[in-house]
Design a protein around this ligand. Structure first.
Ligand code: PHB
Length: 367
């Protein structure tokens, strides 16, 4: 199969990307402690992957409270900004582009990871019911989070705004709002986790309020052209559910149009939990949205090309294949074999399973 569309240029906001293969955000839990600071190992990792049409950084907490896993990086301190600047400088030196994914985990955390060892926060006091938290003391059961007071929410919006400012200072080309996969903004959107009775809960308009306020704040800083948003309408990872995802997301995406965003990034399948996408019409979101649609979840070169040529998407984000194939675009272009990823080294640890997956050139040199 020829992959002509996959390897054609396409505009994303005011940028022109050289092809359609985006590196999806991937939590790798390898920042320096204490302080959640990006380090030289992280610089090398992103450098190796800079042939992506664009890199979306690993999810990065906007505040100490936004952290939910050991060793994930932040974007709220001077040291973190300086660490990220080395990464963006290196990606740019390689001719690449990189957006930062802004993250607040909400309830998907543990008191041992939280400032003051307070409980994690959420729209409602409902615990994640499956899985465990990845803490410095090992895997621990999730706790019942504290429901945020209505008065606390504007301060979190301000933290997103400041994180967006910090990302600019760190040299990123733009930012992606993480509203997917069961983290704080997704917890507000979906009615399985949001049982609030104030202006942030109940009807769809209210459950969408927080994410729209965040989008306003972040686009104030960057302009819509340099902002994307990631959603997972059918996702069940982190014990998520909604009674009517189609109505919720049709509404949300329609409202997002006012910000003239660069792209809508849709997790159609995460692969970390059971989910059914049978009854969800992703193409409806594409029709409603006024800008680029980035699809994610289990794509290959061929299915990516089909999605593009069938006018289902404009970009395809690849996650796990980028972990084990730093030169993924070139491998797809050549139809070369892909290295298999080792899940044992996805989260935490050293350069093993992080920096040592070979490129085709390295394989040829050692053959
Ligand atoms: C994870 O650490 O497993 C993780 C983090 C962010 C996501 C999805 C999964 O969006």
């Amino acid at each position: 199969m020829t992959l002509n569309t996959l390897f054609s240029e396409q505009k994303l906001g005011d940028l022109t990307l050289p092809h359609r293969i985006v590196m999806a955000p991937l939590t790798r839990s390898r920042s320096s402690q204490p302080g959640d600071i990006p380090n030289d190992m992280n610089v090398e990792y992103y450098k190796q992957r800079s042939s992506a049409a664009m890199i979306i950084s690993e999810a990065t907490q906007i505040s100490p409270q936004g952290k939910g896993y050991a060793f994930t990086p932040g974007i709220y301190s001077e040291e973190q900004i300086a660490g990220w600047k080395k990464i963006t400088d290196e990606v740019h030196a390689q001719g690449g582009r990189i957006f930062m994914q802004l993250w607040h985990v909400g309830r998907v955390s543990h008191s041992s990871l939280q400032p003051g060892n307070f409980l994690p926060v959420a729209p409602s006091a409902i615990a994640v019911s499956e899985g465990q938290a990845f803490t410095y003391e090992g895997m621990q059961d999730f706790e019942t989070p504290r429901a945020l007071d209505e008065s606390e929410i504007p301060a979190i919006v301000t933290q997103y705004r400041q994180a967006a400012i910090n990302a600019k200072q760190a040299g990123f080309d733009g930012v992606e709002i993480h509203a997917a996969n069961g983290y704080l903004l997704d917890q507000f959107l979906k009615d399985g986790t949001n049982k609030r009775t104030d202006i942030y809960g109940g009807k769809i308009e209210n459950r969408s309020r927080f994410v729209l306020d965040v989008t306003q704040a972040v686009t104030d800083v960057w302009g819509g052209d340099r902002v994307g948003i990631r959603i997972s309408p059918t996702g069940t990872f982190n014990s998520m559910s909604d009674s009517n995802p189609q109505a919720l997301y049709n509404y949300l995406v329609e409202k997002l149009n006012q910000f003239n965003l660069a792209y809508l990034h849709v997790v159609e399948e995460l692969g970390l939990s059971e989910e059914s996408t049978d009854n969800f019409d992703f193409n409806a979101l594409r029709s409603i949205f006024n800008s680029a649609y980035m699809a994610n979840g289990g794509y290959t070169g061929d299915t990516a090309e089909q999605s593009l040529t069938n006018d289902r998407s404009d970009f395809i984000a690849f996650g796990v294949p980028f972990i084990s194939n730093p030169d993924l675009p070139e491998r797809i272009r050549q139809g070369a074999d892909l290295n298999e990823a080792d899940p044992n080294t996805f989260y935490g640890g050293d350069a093993k399973g992080y920096l040592d997956y070979p490129s085709l050139n390295q394989q040829a040199a050692s053959a």
